[in-house]
Each structure stands twice: as structure tokens, then as C-alpha cells.
Design a protein. Structure first.
Length: 170
């Protein structure tokens, strides 16, 4: 069984995923890292081919990763918006939604220039507001368990995440 972390960019999926993997003696993979290794930089994929093409590559990656067992996967923020990806992920594991407040996300993403979805005319706050309104209901719906990450250390969140995931694993 795999543990799958979903949530907004800036919610801590990468840092928490690594720590959960260490604590649970599992391997860790980030879906975005796998895509970069195979297809190139995400910003360049968006620029050259568009978001639809990138989402297709995400699904191809999920199909491969779901064959693995005993992993912690940190997913890109939009990966679970596609029903096919959720269906595939649920066949091989449990999904944990890392829920973060807007203020936490703004603080963590301030000054980030690498994420394609943060580019454009909207202010960071407008983007985060819009993405939270679009995505939070989906994250809630697809998650097997939810962890509120605000105001806690990576260690505290990792330990609580493991408790939650192991509770639904049975």
C-alpha cells in the first residue's frame, strides 16, 4: 500500500512526504520530479505544450507509479483534479489531503517564481484564493484522511499523518 499526499502548492507535500517516508521506512517519490526527469522542466512543458499536455504526462506517470508498493507519493497540486488519476491512486493506496489556510500558503509561496500556475497578472493572493476555491472541495472529496498542517512543525505533521494513514490502512 502507498500513501499519497495531495493539496495545494505550498502545503508541504514534498517536505512532509520525505519525512513520512523516513518514519514509515518507505520509499518516497514526487510525481513532479518523475515528470521532470522524463520530460523536462515543468515550466518549459507548460510553455511549449500547454497545461493539457502536462496533465496527460501526469496521468502516464500515475499509471506507472501505481504499480509500485510501499511508497509515499507527493503529488502535484492539480494531479487529483482528474478523476482517472484519483481512481488509479486509490487502487494502490490511501490519499491524505494536506489542508493549509490561505495565509500559510501565501507565506510559503511569496517570492516563488518557478511555478507556472503562479505566473500571470493576478496577484499571488488572488491566485491562491481562486485555486483554493476550485481545488479545496476536490481535495476534500478524494481524500481518505485530512491533515490540517497550519502552525505545526514538519515532525508533528509527519507523525500525525502517519497515525491518520495507518488508521485507514486497516
Amino acid at each position: 500500500m502507498n500513501f499519497v499526499l495531495c493539496g495545494m502548492m505550498g502545503s508541504g507535500k514534498t517536505r512532509l512526504g520525505k519525512r513520512i517516508a523516513e518514519l514509515s521506512f518507505r520509499n518516497w517519490l514526487d510525481t513532479d520530479d518523475v515528470i521532470v526527469e522524463k520530460y523536462g522542466k515543468i515550466s518549459e512543458i507548460f510553455e511549449k505544450f500547454g497545461e493539457t499536455y502536462f496533465r496527460e504526462k501526469e496521468t502516464e506517470t500515475v499509471k506507472i507509479l501505481c504499480r509500485l508498493d510501499g511508497y509515499v507519493f507527493s503529488t502535484g497540486g492539480g494531479l487529483v483534479l482528474k478523476d482517472e488519476n484519483v481512481r488509479l491512486l486509490k487502487t494502490s493506496g490511501k490519499i491524505l489531503y494536506l489542508r493549509a489556510k490561505k495565509e500559510t500558503l501565501l507565506s510559503r509561496l511569496s517570492g516563488d517564481t518557478k511555478r507556472p500556475l503562479l505566473q500571470g497578472r493576478e496577484s499571488l493572493e488572488e491566485k491562491i484564493d481562486r485555486l483554493l476555491k476550485e481545488r479545496a472541495p476536490v481535495y476534500e472529496r478524494v481524500a481518505d484522511v485530512v491533515l490540517d498542517v497550519d502552525g505545526k512543525s514538519v515532525e508533528e505533521n509527519a507523525k500525525r499523518a502517519l497515525e491518520l494513514l495507518q488508521g485507514v490502512e486497516k
